[in-house]
Design a protein around this ligand. Structure first.
Ligand SMILES: [Zn+2]
Length: 320
């Protein structure tokens, strides 16, 4: 009998990541990922343009996945489902991408339906950060809890909220857009079309701009090594804290995970960020006893999170 694999895909603005992932409960011994042993094969990281080559992006993607599934089949592996993580807002039915400044060519297309027809297996779409949060939830041994928040500082600010272990979608599917909280003093244009969004001031794109304007001799990746105590960077970290504390004050979560490329930059002041988060969080609660975890940045966590997501959504179909 063929072994079931989930095809996990992470489509970013630059790279397309894909892997066939099989998770097995590592009953008594400690697995690679919490209680799981992870079998991952055919991991690929390629520029998005090498997969989506023409204006007919869904046909390109279907063709790529058909070949990927055939390749698995030849090795005795069965593709049981496809899960795709997008850096985008998705509709509530999780069938299509609503708005995606980094991959605008995917907007408003019937992604799930077209791929399901082409491949004959379930195709699930989710925000990339939801898949990352699922990965971190297992990695850091967080059991099911009423409210879990993940805030990921990359180019922008990614945000996922789980209520009782499930993604909180909101009325239209677009809940959890912490990066687009408006900031009173700012009028800069955001990729979402609005102006003055928090992620323009507290996301990685601000660091790139700051580096270009104030520290042109320095690589953005080395900013905190050289200048972590400069007022501009202290203010930047404080604005990150404002983002996190806003969510904590609003939702009083059981656990908050802070991750992404920015807090994992070399010499980033994580303890100062923690201090500022507590400073902005309301006392005595939710500040007292706040459970805040800094997650390591692993580039393919959404691809493995995809397999966890499929496991949650379609347990029976994946059982064997
Ligand atoms: Zn915005």
């Amino acid at each position: 009998m063929k072994e079931n694999y989930v095809i996990g895909i992470d489509i970013g603005g630059t790279n397309f990541r894909i892997a066939a992932v099989r998770l097995e409960h590592a009953a008594l011994t400690k697995g690679e990922l919490g209680a799981y042993r992870v079998y991952r094969s055919h991991f690929r990281k390629v520029p998005v343009g090498t997969v989506l080559r023409t204006a007919r992006v869904l046909e390109d993607l279907a063709q790529y996945l058909e070949q990927y599934c055939e390749m698995l089949g030849r090795e005795g592996k069965r593709a049981a489902a496809v899960v795709i993580g997008f850096p985008a807002t998705l509709d509530r039915s999780r069938k299509m991408v609503l708005q995606a400044p980094n991959i605008p060519f995917m907007e408003q297309l019937p992604v799930a339906d077209v791929l399901e027809r082409a491949l004959g297996i379930p195709v699930l779409l989710e925000k990339d950060v939801s898949l990352s949060l699922l990965y971190d939830k297992v990695k850091y041994g967080i059991g099911d809890c009423p409210m879990l928040c993940g805030i990921y500082f990359g180019t922008g600010i990614g945000n996922a909220i789980f209520i009782n272990g499930k993604v909180w979608q909101g009325k239209n599917g677009t809940a959890g857009e912490l990066g687009h909280i408006p900031v009173d003093t700012d009028r800069s244009k955001c990729g979402c079309g609005n102006e003055g969004c928090l992620e323009n001031l507290a996301g990685g794109k601000y660091l790139v701009r700051l580096c270009r304007e104030a520290y042109p001799q320095t690589e953005p990746g080395a900013l905190f090594s050289g200048y972590r105590d400069e007022p501009e960077l202290r203010r930047f970290v404080d604005r990150m804290a404002v983002a996190v504390a806003t969510e904590i004050n609003l939702l009083d979560p059981d656990v908050v995970i802070v991750g992404g490329g920015v807090p994992n930059m070399k010499d980033f002041p994580q303890e100062y960020l923690r201090e500022r988060i507590i400073f902005h969080t309301r006392k005595p609660y939710p500040a007292a006893g706040l459970r805040l975890i800094f997650a390591e940045d692993e580039k393919d966590k959404a691809v493995i999170g995809a397999a966890l997501f499929a496991g949650d959504c379609m347990q029976d179909a994946l059982a064997h």
